[in-house]
Design a binder for this molecule. Structure first.
Ligand code: PMV
Length: 332
């Protein structure tokens, strides 16, 4: 392995699902119970530097400048997938940072594992195709499989037990339909229940879980058509429907999972008022209290102004759609 650089830096952006995934068909391989469709953002970044170093006895992993035993185990296990492919056991030093709040429903795990997958592939000289990187990124976090690609992205649930057909595919470039996303941040606190635990709890206790999973195929088909036709109203209709159905199944778990706060609901009402006056905007919300308002480019400023004035909104970020995960250097 000495001919390989053994180090790389990568950057990736979070993605926001418009057709949501919530539930796994296999926990160990992190296989989604249903497909999903997302947009990759351009304004929020994870930057990750990785170096495999024979002098290290253990992986040394710092996220936003801090070491955490649970995260180190999780990321170490993820790196093992790459070490196994390269036939090495060498430990690694990882430094990863986000320029946005981590673990607060802004998809930091998506950009984090996508950046790490791309960096590990490059550092070890594996030369994996984007599809294989998407399969591997999925092992870290279901949504990370989508951040390998930019623009509009579809994720397949697949049917194989080994998960090799559960990967994301690019649908449409960011430049082909340059929507904007206004992110209304209603708290910077970390969420209390991780997506993984929340999904398991929902599957195990909600009387509506099967019905929720059964909505995905039709929603995916409509969203694909809407994206291909650049039909904003159709995309708005299916996306809000998928988001609210996901939150409905979360609420119906026992005990119910409530990721929203009061400002989340105020933001939804604000988006509804904007829609009533003809603004091209719709909302979507993940496993957290932040509201993402997807807008036609010419309506983003209006939506950002309105959401900034909602009581309880701490900050508003405006993003375009961006590129997939990529190498930014081989120096660490
Ligand atoms: O990426 P995960 O496995 O932590 O789960 C993501 C779940 C949602 O963000 C709520 C929905 C989605 O499809 O991204």
């Amino acid at each position: 392995m000495t001919s390989q650089p053994m180090q790389a830096s990568a950057e990736a952006q979070p993605n926001i699902a418009l057709v949501k995934y919530w539930g796994k068909r296999d926990g160990a391989l992190n296989l989604p119970a249903a497909g999903s469709l997302s947009i990759t953002l351009d304004a929020l970044h994870t930057r990750t530097s990785l170096r495999f170093d024979p002098a290290l006895a253990d992986d040394d992993i710092r996220l936003n400048g801090e070491r955490d035993a649970a995260q180190t185990r999780k990321i170490g296990a993820f790196l093992d997938l790459f070490r196994a492919r390269a036939g090495i056991a060498t430990r690694a030093r990882v430094e990863s940072g986000n320029d946005f709040p981590t673990g607060a429903g802004l998809a930091s795990s998506a950009s984090g594992f996508a950046a790490l997958a791309v960096a590990a592939d490059h550092a070890l000289g594996l030369g994996l195709e984007p599809r294989a990187l998407s399969v591997l990124a999925r092992r870290g976090s279901g949504s990370a499989a989508r951040s390998i690609f930019g623009g509009f992205v579809a994720m397949a649930a697949g049917t194989r037990d080994d998960g090799e057909d559960a990967f994301a595919t690019p649908l449409l470039d960011a430049a082909a339909w340059p929507l904007r996303v206004v992110v209304a941040i209603t708290t910077r606190k970390k969420k209390a229940i991780s997506s993984r635990d929340g999904m398991d709890h929902t599957r195990d206790t909600s009387p509506f879980y099967r019905d929720w999973v059964a909505t995905a195929d039709a929603d995916l088909a409509s969203a694909r058509v809407a994206v291909q036709a650049r039909d904003f109203e159709k995309l708005a209709h299916v996306s809000e429907g998928s988001c609210l159905a996901m939150h409905a199944v979360m609420l119906s778990a026992r005990p119910g999972l409530i990721y929203w706060n009061a400002a989340t609901l105020e933001c939804i009402q604000c988006v509804r008022s904007l829609q009533a006056e003809g603004t091209g905007v719709f909302f979507t919300i993940d496993a957290g209290p932040q509201v993402k308002a997807v807008c036609l480019p010419e309506h983003a400023a209006r939506a950002a102004d309105a959401l900034r004035n909602v009581a309880g909104v701490e900050d508003v970020l405006v993003s375009g759609l961006g590129a997939g995960a990529r190498i930014i250097g081989t120096e660490t």
